[in-house]
Design a protein around this ligand. Structure first.
Ligand code: PLP
Length: 350
């Protein structure tokens, strides 16, 4: 297997991010938060003297109903990052291996490594899907957890839901399987599918979701984990689930879950701007991986650090990575106007 040395994220040049003309670096939703959710947030500020346990209970019930599980299967948190980090701390406090794709989202993996875990990574297949066969074969006595990000970050690619479900079903008989579905609502209908029904079937599968992406609430910090009650107990033993979420965020999430219009609008506009960006990359002859998300990763023929410096100097914030011995730029999908600024800048830099 590979080690983390194959995966490198370039640090951006120090600059004031608020001064960027287009902020396309954190896979945020440019349209959020939904207006009604923002209003609910504002209104709730006035009850800020109280803890939000009652409103949280209502939100948990809504989420449980939506996901087809019971409230005992839900753990709320201030963003899914909090869940990724806590799970890593709980599962890797005595070391052990975490199996994931190469490349993948590093939050859980980095915390696992920092508390004594070891990363075993398996390169995505040629079609950018997870190498489920190798990952399954790699599970042994040292494996503490398998981490799957679907759709995957930073590649934007998806793994076939049917194959993934079969994999999760089998693998979870041996070790817990964590599926990070931060971007699932952005993928084309029917192309991918949540693994949450495996939790309802009693499998040792954990599914993380967030309000940061399609709901446009990255700064309001709210997300959740769907898992077996015994797993949530293990996590709650070292950290009290829900304690980090503010009352206004709870009301914003509750309101956003009740509407569909904003989510549909976001998805449609993001898909349009993604299409525009792909067409530009095609024209430039820059190879990119198949994206089903609000970001695209493409190969750059230059050093990542130098590339970032040039893009930032033009007011365009993106990310740059090195993996598979290649340099890459990951651009988040903003509004059409932002994507035009991005393509103009890119045209000058490459
Ligand atoms: N998981 C993935 C795959 C992500 O890309 C991100 C953020 O970009 C997160 C989780 C964390 O998001 P949040 O903590 O805002 O829920």
């Amino acid at each position: 297997f590979n080690t983390s040395s194959t995966f490198n994220e370039f640090t951006p040049p120090i600059t004031d991010e608020t001064k960027l003309k287009a902020r396309l670096l954190a896979n945020e939703n440019p349209y959020g938060p939904p207006p009604l959710a923002a209003k609910a947030f504002q209104d709730e500020v006035f009850t800020g003297n109280r803890y939000g346990w009652e409103t949280l209970k209502t939100l948990i019930e809504m989420i449980a109903k939506k996901e087809g599980v019971t409230p005992e299967n839900i753990l709320m948190a201030p963003g899914s990052s909090d869940i990724l980090e806590k799970v890593a701390m709980v599962f890797f406090q005595k070391g052990g291996d975490v199996i994931s794709a190469d490349p993948s989202y590093m939050s859980l993996i980095n915390v696992s490594k920092s508390v004594g875990g070891q990363w075993k990574s398996y390169k995505l297949l040629k079609d950018s899907q997870h190498d489920l066969k190798s990952m399954e074969a790699a599970i042994d006595v040292d494996t503490k957890l398998v981490y799957i990000c679907n759709p995957n970050n930073p590649t934007g690619s998806i793994t076939n839901a049917k194959d993934l479900k079969a994999f999760c079903s089998r693998a979870s008989e041996k070790v817990p399987v964590f599926v990070d579905e931060a971007y699932i609502d952005l993928s084309d209908n029917g192309l991918t599918d949540s693994m949450v029904d495996l939790v309802a079937q009693g499998k040792d599968v954990m599914v993380a979701r967030t309000f940061s992406k399609i709901h446009g609430m990255a700064g309001l910090r709210i997300g959740y984990l769907v898992a077996q009650p015994e797993t949530l107990e293990r996590i709650n033993a070292i950290t009290r689930g829900g304690m980090g979420i503010t009352g206004p965020s709870i009301m914003a999430a509750t309101t956003s879950l009740q509407g569909k219009e904003f989510l549909d609008m976001s998805k449609t506009k993001i898909a349009e701007a993604r299409q525009y960006t792909k067409a530009f990359l095609d024209k430039k002859g820059l190879p990119y991986l198949p994206s089903q998300t609000n970001f695209i990763i493409f190969e750059i023929p230059t050093d990542g650090k130098a590339f970032l410096k040039e893009m930032y100097s033009k007011g365009i914030g993106v990310k740059a990575f090195n993996f598979w011995d290649k340099n890459w730029c990951r651009v988040s999908i903003g509004t059409m106007d932002e994507m035009k600024l991005f393509t103009e800048a890119l045209d000058q830099v490459i």
